[in-house]
Design a protein around this ligand. Structure first.
Ligand code: FE
Length: 311
């Protein structure tokens, strides 16, 4: 039963006071956003007759989410991160910007500080008996197809257990295992020599999975590889590709899969010469197309707290 008190003067005054909307101190943008979000919450409580027990369950959940360090993971799982991509895609469309590699979510497991190599980097530092060799290679170009030399391609992915280095609860990986950064050569080419990842699952005892359980949703992602690609005079690309054939490709709990980001896998031999652990290996060719700066600026660069480590 809605009490219909949201619009009352008492509630509206409370909202304005708690967000200090009429006070001179504080940051006006912050106050504007807080006032709106809090108002939407108050209104939902009124409309849906959300009980005090339910409100406190939510408050306690936020505490648990923080203790588990999973707020960014939940943002992916609830589609918030995907929604930001949808908005950026629409901004691009309205500005007539086309032709770049599709963006998709960054996720929460990037680590800054990966050593930069020229052209090629072997990134499987730690042994992983259950993963076969994989070469990821391609070129970076602009939207006219011109190769971009000295572009930087960064990649990161999970191991055969679905864990990322730096965040591996088993402690089995060194900080930059399966993370690489390569500067492209004169023809825009890059190459990573690595191991085949498998899909990722949210920590089963964590706050994100607990919420998903309540929704009747799984917390799994198909196998994928993340990328940042940057180059002077171009906008930084944040994307991923999926490993073809993974059954969860179109059932990703983080909604990152897109057409154009599922490259074919090619069986190859000659891995021994490349220093791979087996002669037969899989190769994924994936070319990146970067879009130009807009009036000299990367208008969609995203600043967020990211993990870092030193090599
Ligand atoms: Fe990931």
């Amino acid at each position: 039963m809605s009490l219909n008190i949201f619009s009352s003067k008492e509630v509206q005054d409370l909202l304005r006071a708690s967000s200090n909307l009429d006070g001179g101190a504080g940051a006006s943008r912050f106050k504007q956003i807080l006032h709106r979000l809090l108002g939407d919450l108050f209104k939902a409580i009124d409309d849906l007759d959300i009980t005090p027990d339910e409100v406190w369950a939510g408050v306690n959940y936020i505490n648990q989410l923080g203790r588990d360090g999973e707020a960014a993971l939940l943002a992916a799982g609830l589609g918030l991160e995907k929604y930001l991509d949808i908005r950026m895609d629409e901004e691009d469309k309205r500005a007539g910007l086309e032709g770049g590699t599709p963006r998709t979510i960054e996720g929460s497991l990037y680590v800054a500080g990966t050593p930069l190599r020229a052209g090629v980097s072997r990134i499987d530092i730690d042994a992983d008996a259950d993963a076969g060799p994989l070469v990821i290679r391609g070129v970076v170009t602009d939207t006219n197809g011109a190769p971009l030399a000295n572009a930087v391609v960064e990649c990161w992915h999970a191991n055969s257990k679905g864990f990322y280095s730096h965040f591996d609860p088993t402690g089995a990986q060194t900080d930059f295992n399966l993370r690489g950064a390569v500067q492209t050569g004169p023809n825009g080419e890059y190459e990573f020599r690595t191991l085949m990842p498998i899909g990722y699952g949210c920590p089963p005892q964590g706050a994100t999975q607990r919420l998903l359980d309540g929704l009747g949703r799984h917390g799994n992602r198909p196998a994928h590889v993340h990328f940042f690609v940057s180059s002077d005079q171009h906008r930084k690309l944040t994307t991923q590709f999926n490993i073809e054939g993974d059954p969860l490709i179109w059932d990703d709990f983080a909604y990152a899969t897109r057409e154009g980001l599922i490259p074919p896998i090619v069986e190859k031999s000659g891995g021994s010469k490349l220093g791979l652990k087996e002669d037969s290996y899989k190769e994924i060719e994936f070319n990146f197309v970067l879009t130009s700066l807009v009036q000299g600026k990367d208008n969609q660069i995203v600043h967020r707290l990211r993990a870092g480590a030193e090599a």
